[in-house]
Design a binder for this molecule. Structure first.
Ligand SMILES: [Zn+2]
Length: 508
C-alpha cells in the first residue's frame, strides 16, 4: 500500500518536473551547475502556483546551514515521546477522574504505585497504539501537538493557548534522556542537510535569597533604571559569591556536556542557549539570568542567553522592560555574553497597540540583543523605520519561524514582516522554533519561504549562509562551517542540475 502511494507520488513529481523544466535551446552554451540550479529554481517558483512538490524535494536536498531558533522539547515528535514512555514502562491516563487523581492524556511515571481502579484508567503504550483505540491515539496526537488543529472547530482553546499547553503534557518528561533526544535530532538534521543547531535545551538554574529577592520583586513596572540597578546590585553581589549558585552553574554545564556527548563530528555540530522563563517572579528571572550569563562566560558549549514563554502573558507584559534592564545590567558586567532574545512575538489584537510599540527596540537597544526571535510586531513599533535601520547597521539578525507564527499569531503570507525585513536590508534566518509541536521540519520552513516570498536563488543562498554567519559559533568554527557549507552547495548544485535535466539524482 505504502509502495503504491510512493510510486503515485513519484509519478506525479516526475510529471511536475517534466512540465516545469524548459528544454535547453539548441546551441545554448552549457550552464554551470550553479546557473542550472538557479534556472531550475526560478522555473519552480514562477507563476501564481509554484511547484510545491518539486520545491519540497529541492529544499530537502538543499544545504540549510544551521537552525538557530530551536527548542529541544518542542522539536521532538509525539511518536518519539511515546517510544520513550514505552521504554520506561510508564502509562497515560485515558480519562479524567478527580478522586483517583487521573488527568486524561497525562503521563504517569509510577504505574506500580497505583491502586486497581487508577491502574485500569492508565494505558500502557501498546494499549494506546492498539488499533481499537485509534480515536484516543489521534486525540492524544492532537493534544500533545498542533496536529489537526485547523481541521477541528468545536470546543477549541485559542491556538496560542493550545500551543503552549502541549508542553504541559511532555515537558516534565522530555528531560528524561537528553542524549537520546539530541542523537535523534542530529540524525533528522543530517537527513535534511542541516549541519548545525543552536538549541534551547534546559532553563538555567536560579538560586533563591528571599531577603534580597524582596527588593527586586517589589520593583514597580515604571521603576527608573537607577532604582532597578540599586535593587539588582545586592542580589548580583550575593549570587557571585554564593557557593550553591556556583555549584548549580557547574552542574548545569556538566549536564549539557553529558547531553552533547558524541554529537559533534565533521558533519554536524550543536551548541546551546541557556534561558529563563519570562513569567517567573522578577528575582527568579534575575537569578536565572545570572546563572545563564555565568554558563556562557564559562566558554564551553553554552553560547548565548535567551528568554522564553508567551510574550502576551500578564507577567511577561508587566515585567518586559524590567527584564530588558536586567539584561543590560548583566551585559555591562559580562560584555562578551551573546544574546538572542524572543521579542515581538505579538500582533495586533493580542495586546493593546501600546504593547506592540517597544519590545524589539528594547531588546536591541537596552538589552543588547544580537539576534531577535520572531520580531513579528516590528510593523507596529514606534519609529519602526529607525529601528529597522539600527538593526541593519548593527547586523541584528531576525529568526523567522513561519509555521509557528502562522499558528500562534495567525500572521502569514503577505502579512508576515519577513518582506519588510528583506526590503529594509535587515539580515534574517529561517528556523523551525518547535518542529515537533508544529509537525514540520526546516526543509518545510524553506519550502514555505520560497513558495510564498519567491526570493531569487542568490538571496536564498544568502539566507542559508546567514544561518552560520549569525550563529554564535567562534570565528574559527564559523569559518570552517562556512567553508563546509560552500562545499555542500557545490554538491547540491550538481545534483540539482541532474534533477533539472530529468536524470535521477546520484546518491550523495
Ligand atoms: Zn521560540
Amino acid at each position: 500500500m505504502k509502495k503504491a502511494i510512493a510510486s503515485v507520488l513519484l509519478c506525479a513529481l516526475m510529471a511536475a518536473l517534466a512540465f516545469s523544466v524548459p528544454a535547453r535551446a539548441q546551441g545554448t552554451p552549457a550552464r554551470t551547475d550553479y546557473q542550472a540550479t538557479r534556472h531550475y529554481y526560478d522555473s519552480l517558483i514562477a507563476g501564481p502556483n509554484p511547484n510545491l512538490a518539486a520545491l519540497t524535494l529541492l529544499m530537502t536536498m538543499m544545504p540549510k546551514g544551521g537552525d538557530l531558533h530551536h527548542h529541544y522539547s518542542g522539536a521532538i515528535y509525539v511518536e518519539t515521546f511515546l517510544d520513550w514512555i514505552k521504554q520506561r514502562a510508564y502509562c497515560i491516563y485515558r480519562a479524567d477522574n478527580t478522586e483517583l487523581k487521573a488527568n486524561k492524556f497525562r503521563i504517569e511515571t509510577k504505574p506500580g504505585d497505583l491502586g486497581t481502579a487508577a491502574r485500569a484508567l492508565c494505558l500502557d503504550i501498546d494499549q494506546v497504539r492498539d488499533p481499537s483505540r485509534n480515536d484516543f491515539y489521534r486525540e492524544l496526537l492532537s493534544r500533545w501537538s498542533d496536529k489537526d488543529f485547523k481541521d477541528h472547530f468545536q470546543q477549541q482553546v485559542a491556538p496560542d493557548q493550545h500551543f503552549f499547553d502541549t508542553f504541559g503534557y511532555f515537558g516534565s518528561f522530555s528531560d528524561d534522556d537528553y542524549n537520546q533526544g539530541l542523537r535523534l535530532l542530529k540524525a533528522r538534521a543530517i537527513a535534511e542537510n542541516v549541519q548545525y543547531i543552536e538549541t534551547m535545551l534546559r532553563s538555567a538554574p536560579a538560586s533563591d535569597n528571599p531577603a534580597l529577592a524582596r527588593a527586586v520583586n517589589e520593583l514597580r513596572p515604571d521603576a527608573s533604571p537607577a532604582r532597578i540597578e540599586a535593587a539588582l546590585g545586592p542580589l548580583h553581589e550575593f549570587l557571585t559569591r554564593d557557593d550553591a549558585t556556583a555549584k548549580g552553574v557547574a552542574a548545569y554545564l556538566d549536564s549539557i556536556d553529558a547531553a552533547a556527548a558524541g554529537i559533534d563530528d565533521g558533519e554536524f555540530k550543536m551548541r546551546f542557549q541557556a534561558y529563563v522563563v519570562r513569567s517567573e517572579q522578577p528575582a527568579k528571572v534575575f537569578a536565572g539570568l545570572y546563572s545563564a550569563f555565568a554558563a556562557v562566560n564559562a566558554r564551553r558549549r553554552v553560547v548565548a542567553v535567551n528568554i522564553v514563554g508567551p510574550e502576551d502573558g500578564i507577567v511577561s507584559m508587566r515585567d518586559y522592560s524590567l527584564h530588558m534592564r536586567m539584561f543590560a545590567f548583566l551585559k555591562q558586567k559580562y560584555p562578551a555574553v551573546r544574546l538572542s532574545l524572543h521579542a515581538g512575538e505579538l500582533t495586533l489584537g493580542m495586546v493593546p497597540p501600546e504593547g506592540l510599540q517597544s519590545h524589539i527596540r528594547e531588546a536591541v537597544e537596552v538589552a543588547g540583543a544580537e539576534r531577535i526571535g520572531h520580531g513579528v510586531d516590528i510593523v507596529y513599533e514606534r519609529d519602526a523605520l529607525g529601528l529597522l535601520r539600527t538593526m541593519r547597521e548593527r547586523g541584528v539578525a531576525v529568526e523567522i519561524n513561519l509555521t509557528s507564527n502562522a499558528f500562534i499569531l495567525g500572521v502569514k503570507n503577505e502579512a508576515h514582516p519577513v518582506l519588510v525585513y528583506r526590503q529594509q536590508g535587515v539580515p534574517f534566518v529561517i528556523s523551525t522554533d518547535d518542529a515537533g509541536v508544529s509537525r514540520n521540519n526546516l526543509s518545510g520552513e524553506y519550502m514555505l519561504y520560497v513558495s510564498r516570498y519567491k526570493p531569487s536563488y542568490d538571496a536564498l543562498k544568502e539566507t542559508v549562509f546567514n544561518s552560520i554567519r549569525y550563529s554564535f559559533l567562534s570565528d574559527a568554527e564559523k569559518a570552517a562551517e562556512l567553508k563546509g557549507l560552500a562545499q555542500r552547495f557545490a554538491v547540491f548544485e550538481a545534483r540539482a542540475r541532474a534533477l533539472a535535466n530529468g536524470a535521477p539524482a546520484k546518491p550523495k
